[in-house]
Design a protein around this ligand. Structure first.
Ligand SMILES: Cc1cc2nc3c(=O)[nH]c(=O)nc-3n(C[C@H](O)[C@H](O)[C@H](O)COP(=O)(O)OP(=O)(O)OC[C@H]3O[C@@H](n4cnc5c(N)ncnc54)[C@H](O)[C@@H]3O)c2cc1C
Length: 482
């Protein structure tokens, strides 16, 4: 322990961005402190990607068995998800994490602090209620850093509607203890978290509704492939209501145990596309927040730190350095850096920040080829530009768009929803964007992500590369053949 609490680097957060930056700076011999107010590990490992994927894998078993009914498998109706067992299995991943992560810091020589971090001046951090070793002794500790990295992630956007206290967060959804999921679940918002959870919940037997304010959900994904996913979602019983706005969530008057809810919403879809919004309501046993996440700036006292921010996050330059306080860098979901709030971007941001701290500002951020996946069943994946965006910025390209549900890679697993869209630049033959839905799209997208990142042409991806066969990746050859 550094006795005078002065460090080369103080890192706030213990998620992907924070851990990457802390370890890389420590490896270079820096004296590093790291702070978190929650159990160590961050969102992805404890409350996001990793636990969610455990649930998705279970839902995939149900879906796969159903898809193979009459194709050599019988009895698919008998299988079900036992939610409480699935939660226990999930906890085998999440529960060991905080200690493993802390042990890793200690072994590397990074000094851990448990408590809420806030700036008291541009290079000083107060850790409120610090309780190292998880004892009951809570003290405020003052740390001084030559440099500070803010990697505090994101939190669900605050819903200001009456009854918002009746809406649970994704964190709570991932902790539901019962043997079965509640019967009727409403998701507020049609982003990727809602769709992923909705697909799990539907396979677990719940009646699911998604209420989304826009004309189409999953706005960051290709509209044609989203339409395919919407149809597939409807086919498994998910009710998707677009152009709706949730106004209120009440406890049901008729519920004797107070457990039933009524979601009041306005629908802007009218019979003939004209007229005023109509007021509607929907009964539910659980309502889940899927209306988006915002950078977590809560209680950081950024004004004292002379750190400029907006609602989009900490304002940083292309080196991820604060535009107002040169001692401070930010990475991951909290930084307004131009990267999407996803784990690969957080890891990359952590590496970039470490490089720029250790070597001076030598690496500019570049998120080209960042892949993004909706882990529905089947998954939807994208990298690079969307078709409309490419047109808007005047790129010259050809589009290859195909439905692939007749291809062997889909047919042999009974998947009826699959397709892809590629945008290939005229003249250079470079891949500008790749969008796909279907079995293993979450893996195949990485091939296109590499192509985008390295500026590879469509011909290069097709010609000298040898893909293992028969795999979904080997479909890349057919996707690119003229
Ligand atoms: C349900 C869900 C599913 C997701 N699925 C995926 C997915 O499949 N793929 C993907 O790429 N991304 C996914 N994401 C997003 C991904 O989890 C985030 O992009 C990523 O974890 C961000 O990492 P980070 O390092 O920026 O911050 P985080 O991992 O969020 O870490 C921030 C840490 O800072 C701590 N902290 C905050 N403020 C303070 C403070 N003042 N003092 C001390 N500590 C503080 C927090 O407690 C937290 O531990 C998902 C997110 C959610 C919620």
């Amino acid at each position: 322990m550094n006795m005078n609490n002065t460090f080369d680097l103080i890192v706030i957060g213990t998620g992907t961005a924070a851990s990457t930056a802390a370890h890389e700076c420590r490896s270079a011999g820096w004296n590093v402190a790291i702070i978190d107010s929650l159990p160590f590990g961050g969102t992805c490992a404890l409350r996001g990607c990793d636990p969610k994927k455990v649930l998705v894998e279970a839902a995939k078993v149900i879906d796969s068995t159903q898809r193979h009914e009459n194709k050599g498998i019988v009895g698919s109706e008998g299988i079900r998800i036992k939610w409480s067992d699935l939660m226990s299995f999930k906890r085998t991943f999440t529960e060991p994490r905080p200690k493993l992560r802390e042990d890793g810091y200690i072994k590397a020589g990074i000094v851990p602090f448990h408590g809420h971090a806030k700036f008291t001046d541009p290079t000083t951090i107060k850790v409120e209620g610090e309780n190292n070793n998880n004892t009951d002794n809570r003290n405020d500790i003052i740390l001084t850093g030559k440099h500070i990295v803010i990697a505090t992630g994101a939190i669900p956007v605050k819903l200001t509607i009456p009854g918002s206290e009746n809406i649970i967060t994704s964190d709570q959804f991932l902790e539901l203890p019962n043997d079965r999921l509640p019967e009727r679940i409403v998701f507020v918002g049609g982003g990727y978290i809602s769709f992923e959870f909705a697909h799990v919940a539907a396979r677990a037997g719940a009646k699911v509704t998604i209420l989304h304010h826009g004309k189409r959900p999953l706005e960051h994904f290709d509209p044609d492939l989203v339409s395919q996913l919407v149809q597939r979602s409807k086919d498994i019983g998910i009710d998707i209501r677009l152009q709706t706005e949730v106004n209120r969530v009440d406890k049901s008057f008729y519920s004797h145990d107070n457990s039933k809810l009524v979601v009041h919403y306005s629908s802007y879809v009218t019979e003939n596309g004209k007229g005023n919004a109509s007021s509607r309501s929907l009964e539910a046993d659980m309502v889940v927040h899927g209306a988006g996440r915002v950078p977590n700036l809560e209680g950081l006292n950024l004004v004292a730190g002379k750190v400029k921010y907006t609602s989009r996050g900490i304002q940083v330059n292309e080196y991820l350095q604060s535009v107002s306080n040169p001692a401070v860098y930010a990475a991951g979901d909290v930084a307004a850096s131009g990267g999407a709030p996803l784990t690969p971007a957080a890891r990359y941001g952590g590496t970039l920040v470490a490089n720029n701290l250790l070597k001076g500002n030598t690496m500019k951020s570049n998120y080209t080829g960042l892949p993004s996946v909706v882990f529905t069943i089947p998954p939807l994946a994208a990298t690079g530009v969307q078709e409309k965006e490419a047109k808007d910025i005047g790129l010259r390209f050809r589009t290859v768009y195909r439905n692939t549900n007749g291809w062997a890679s889909s047919k042999r697993v009974g998947e009826t929803c699959s397709g892809f869209k590629l945008l290939i630049e005229e003249g250079t033959d470079r891949i500008l964007g790749a969008h796909m839905i279907g079995p293993h799209a979450e893996e195949v997208i990485n091939i296109f992500s590499i192509a985008l990142r390295l500026g590879l042409t469509a011909k290069t991806l097709n010609d000298p590369i040898l893909y293992s066969y028969p795999t979904s990746s080997s479909d890349v050859v057919y996707m690119l053949s003229k």
